[in-house]
Design a protein around this ligand. Structure first.
Ligand SMILES: [Zn+2]
Length: 708
């Protein structure tokens, strides 16, 4: 709904009274072109049928007062480079002078040098110019209409990427929508579309071959209605010709859900290892119905080999996916073996593709690993430098599947030529965008699993590892606290791109296996495990029951053994090395009073560090530990009775226990959960790559617990 009301007198082009000095016009007031543009963008972008994630852009033209001359100025507001229509705000808009932008047509040196025009946009900015203008700015500025939408709807791309798209466009839309043959986005495409609009006064928009749609209108509402009319008409046109089996007859069965997810969890670390040959990748898995249907169709391998179409698609998904050619019931060993062969062939093919098309000025090859892997009857795995990139690559391939289904329904899927795909993938302007990305964080691309992550040291560690760039699985026996910490790490969004909670009792072999499988399904595997789950019971020997002894050894000695064993399986499958960090204790070294069961369990964990460091070194897995002392604050252990017991033993009030522990240290400082998390990060963050089998005290200095 367009916002209207008591602000409607504040028309653009007349600075309203009370404006702040230096502000040209109330461009954001309700009913203004900017307010209408943002509302329309958000509505269009929030429906995935209208455009893919971060795809497309929208614009509005309007008048404002030039603060330098006091004269009116015609402006263009257009979504800037990057960002997503669904969440677009005013900060995401580029603001240009329309007269300057249109003057560029006079100095345009021709299609061979059209990329130079992007730098020229910077000279057309109004004020500070807002966000960086995108390559599509020319199209929005040159088309003579107050409002323009450029979108990537699956239904529109299906017609755009059909073998006879031009004929189908005419059949579907008559002369209401014109056809523009494939042309790379840029200044020339803008000139072409502007000319088409001039020559076809009845047209409401165009289908852009191999790409998407553009629509225009005199008002924001008219533009939006026309965009939606094009998309819905295209969808009805496709639906009317829907094939029973758009991807050919089924040649494989779809595995039933439990087996499917079990197989996916087993394959994810293998695939992640392969996809990380050039650089560490995070994975995403989906078994959405559209994906499963595609993977089992007889025509899937041929369609997949044609690659994706819309420029947005293959920038995210690479030019084509890796496709497994074995049935879902093949043995895991056979599948693993075959995937290794296919991956080697994929890398050779990709290198050949690069060499076929690269010119002397092309950017260097960016890595030859697949971004998308299709496994018949099981689903799709996608990979990226972080979870969001991996997830979005998968979402884009689902868009591509929808496009292929639509194009096959009405005709034959025929994406743009490979040479054009290469030009986009290795476009200097895209390369520049990549170079502008911030330096990755130390743990970017790594997947951590923290047991006992719901409180105290585990919570602080999960938060620290996430802050350093890791994806984190927060495992806790208490589902509520695991979920709370995951939500604390990733407030609001809840996409699971950074943290996911799992409920697991580390004493249970099946719980531990399920938690590690969850890490594989959520992120593709695991490579940084923190054995933190624990509890304490403080009693003299004669009061220590068998139950006391067993529970301490079950949770800490047996629990960390189970977690390490399961994680090492995944790490071996990945072949990417890894880190296992044990949260041991000063009490694993120091013989404190009334502590036989707890101290012995901690000493067991301390020796696991040394034993596993010795055994797992050949897999590149480093095993280290930290020896904290008396971390009272935020501790589930201290709150659960241990604090009261220790306070009674030392003869101090429980509330002063932290201060009491601090007084007896060499540094006279209280140990906080964050200090322990920092030591864990120091061990696993990448600065100590040759350190394994080490225990680091985090106790503010306790001479009796010095290691020797
Ligand atoms: Zn586009």
């Amino acid at each position: 709904m367009a916002a209207k009301g008591d602000n409607s007198n504040k028309r653009p082009g007349r600075a309203a009274r009370g404006d702040r000095p230096g502000r040209a016009a109330r461009t954001d007031a309700a009913g203004s072109p900017v307010a209408e543009l943002l509302a329309r963008s958000n509505r269009l972008g929030s429906d995935p049928r209208n455009t893919n994630y971060a795809g497309g852009n929208a614009s509005a033209k309007g008048a404002a007062t030039d603060p330098v001359t006091g004269e009116p100025a015609e402006l263009l507001w257009v979504k800037g480079s990057g960002g997503d229509l669904g969440t677009l705000t005013e900060e995401g808009l580029a603001v240009l002078r329309l007269d300057a932008l249109r003057s560029l047509a006079g100095v345009y040196p021709g299609v061979e040098r059209e990329d130079e025009m992007v730098a020229a946009f910077d000279y057309c900015g109004f004020g500070k110019g807002g966000a960086a203008p995108s390559i599509d700015t020319a199209m929005h500025g040159l088309v003579d209409a107050a409002h323009v939408d450029h979108l990537h709807p699956d239904a529109g791309i299906a017609i755009a990427a059909a073998a006879d798209g031009e004929r189908l466009t005419a059949e579907c839309f008559g002369d209401r929508v014109a056809w523009v043959g494939w042309r790379r986005p840029g200044f020339q495409l803008g000139l072409d579309i502007a000319a088409i609009k001039r020559e076809n006064p009845d047209a409401i928009g165009v289908v852009l071959g191999g790409h998407g749609i553009t629509a225009w209108g005199d008002s924001s509402d008219e533009c939006e209605a026309r965009s939606l009319a094009i998309i819905r008409t295209a969808q009805r046109f496709i639906d009317g010709r829907r094939r029973h089996d758009p991807f050919g007859k089924r040649v494989f069965e779809i595995l039933p859900e439990p087996e499917r997810r079990e197989r996916a969890a087993a394959l994810a670390p293998v695939l992640r290892g392969l996809a990380s040959t050039d650089a560490a990748r995070v994975g995403h898995y989906t078994d959405a119905p559209a994906v499963l249907e595609f993977t089992v169709g007889a025509e899937m391998p041929a369609l997949a080999a044609l690659g994706t179409s819309c420029p947005d698609h293959f920038l995210r998904t690479k030019v084509r996916p890796l496709v497994l050619d074995l049935p879902p019931d093949a043995s895991l060993e056979a599948v693993t073996e075959r995937l290794r062969e296919l991956h080697a062939a994929y890398r050779e093919d990709y290198r050949a593709y690069y060499e076929r098309h690269a010119g002397p000025d092309s950017p260097p090859m960016r890595g030859a690993d697949p971004a998308i892997v299709l496994v018949p009857g099981v689903g799709m795995f996608s990979f990226g430098a972080d979870k969001q990139t991996a997830r979005v690559a998968g979402e884009f391939y689902v868009n591509a599947i929808n496009v292929m289904r639509g194009a096959q329904a009405i005709s034959r899927y025929q994406p743009i030529p490979e040479s054009e795909k290469f030009r986009i993938e290795y476009w200097e302007l895209e390369e520049a965008k990549l170079r502008r990305r911030p330096k990755p964080k130390p743990l970017a691309g790594r997947i951590a699993l923290v047991t006992g992550g719901g409180s105290g040291i585990g919570r602080a560690t999960a938060k620290r590892l996430a802050a350093e760039g890791a994806c984190v699985v927060v495992a806790d026996r208490d589902a509520g606290s695991a979920a709370a910490v995951a939500a604390e790490i990733e407030p609001g969004a809840g996409t699971g791109d950074v943290a996911v909670p799992v409920t697991a009792d580390v004493t249970s072999e099946s719980d531990v296996a399920a938690a590690v499988a969850e890490a594989s399904l959520a992120f593709g595997g695991v490579d940084l495990v923190v054995n933190n789950a624990g509890l304490s019971i403080s009693r003299p020997l004669l009061d220590t029951s068998v139950a006391d002894w067993d529970v301490l050894h079950d949770v800490m000695a047996r629990g960390s053994f189970l977690v390490s064993r399961e994680a090492a399986r995944v790490m071996e499958a990945q072949g990417m090395g890894g880190d296992i960090v044990y949260v041991v204790s000063k009490n694993g070294v120091f013989a404190g009073p009334s502590n036989v069961a707890y101290g012995a369990a901690k000493a067991d964990q301390a020796h696991q560090v040394r034993l596993l460091a010795a055994e797992l070194g050949e897999l590149g897995i480093r095993v280290n530990g930290v020896n904290p002392d008396a971390v009272v604050r935020g501790s589930g252990i201290f709150a659960g009775g241990w604090g009261a017991q220790r306070a009674a033993i030392y003869g101090v009030p429980e509330s002063e226990l932290g201060a009491f522990y601090a007084r007896r240290t060499l540094l006279k400082k209280e140990v906080l959960p964050e200090h322990v998390a920092a030591a864990i990060f120091a061990l696993a963050g990448g600065d100590l790559p040759l350190t394994t089998g080490l225990l680091v005290p985090v106790d503010a200095g306790v001479a009796a617990a010095f290691l020797r």
